[in-house]
Design a protein around this ligand. Sequence first.
Ligand code: FE
Length: 434
Amino acid sequence: MLQNTFVIKGNFLHTPTPDEFQVYEKAFLVVENNKVVNVFPSLPDAYQNASLYDYSNDIIIPGMIDMHLHAPQYAFRGLGMHLEGKDWGTWFMRYAFPDEMRYHDLEYALSAYGRFVDDLMLTTTTRACIYGTLHREATEALMDLLEEKGFCAYVGKVNMDRNSLDGLEESTEESLSETFKWLENTINAFPHVKPIITPRYIPTCTDRLMSQLSALAHEYNLPVQSHLSEGLDEIEWVSSLRTDISFYAEAYDKVGMLGDAIPSIMAHCVYPTEEEFHLMQTKANLWVAHCPQSNISSSGGIAPIKKYLRAGIHVGLGTDMAGSCTLSLLRAITDAVHVSKAWWGFNERKNNLHAERNIIPLPTAFYLATKGGGSFFGDVGSFEPGYEFDAVILSDNRIKDLIDRSTKERLERLILMSDDRDIKAKFIAGRKVI
Ligand code: FE
């Protein structure tokens, strides 16, 4: 038996480029030292003695990467999505902040995060960039749980030293000293789960906190995650708080947190001004986390994802739990296509019968959920040689019809219709976790 080598047999689909699915039917994928060697039409002699997983009847896709989710908000998902009139805009104060406050209690945090991690395992997600709360101990517990289950993840202790609620606000000093302690405790503690510097967003972080967090990120060589230009009211708020900047992204850029030396994920990016867009275009280490369901739930607008992709800006998909009510990235792929249809219908198509259809095609949305976000983790999210082996094996037995469908059609239906019942196995960085 070959050491550190195994073979998967089945029907593989992936998107090396955003343009189309590459399909390998009844093929053999060889994994050596947790990385893809290649996909072969027949098994090469050299691997005849390697152990074999036979998924001949199933669909095998790369594991998916959730680029933006709030773990503490999982507990109250599905609440507050229908606030109207004056109540619209009170979601944070009614639900998000009071619920995040509970994570002061470590016992509560362990139970709630335990459920979150268990349920995340039952999705196609293999890696994620996750927000905790401002509570250090609860965030460390979340990292521990994710590592134990086998996930690869970046997790952030959230920083917020203004504009929050009593009980969910730190002084600047406290925020910095707790962040420092958290980094000391976690930076080398887990092989697959790492800290990520997480200023919640500009309205809840003072200038001093931002510049000190940036210093920590640079000192420890850690990535950053935050929110950018999600809604018009938020952009207005930022411009009233920060009279020294001419557009939102400058607040991150001024402190070196917009994808220069250290990688940075900015969630949403719905309303870039032309200046903001041009600045983003110059940042090689910037990833946009597109959260389509959240774009709709918040009525905030729809991010111009095709424009970002055309400009060469990295884009991944996020659920933005609990701006969405599901951890499913299959659903996020569907939503990314659907919101792009809505955008086209109300903009380019509006009153123009001959407008050329300009939406996000399914392979592109799939690419965002796999290789697009995966690039933040290195060579991840594809079955190309040398990529880390993250994969999900899906069975369509439950949903298939009486007609012989093509492999692409089978995947299309799985994306739109499947759920945790259809996940047969999952591999993360070469390890079988389901
Ligand atoms: Fe968010």
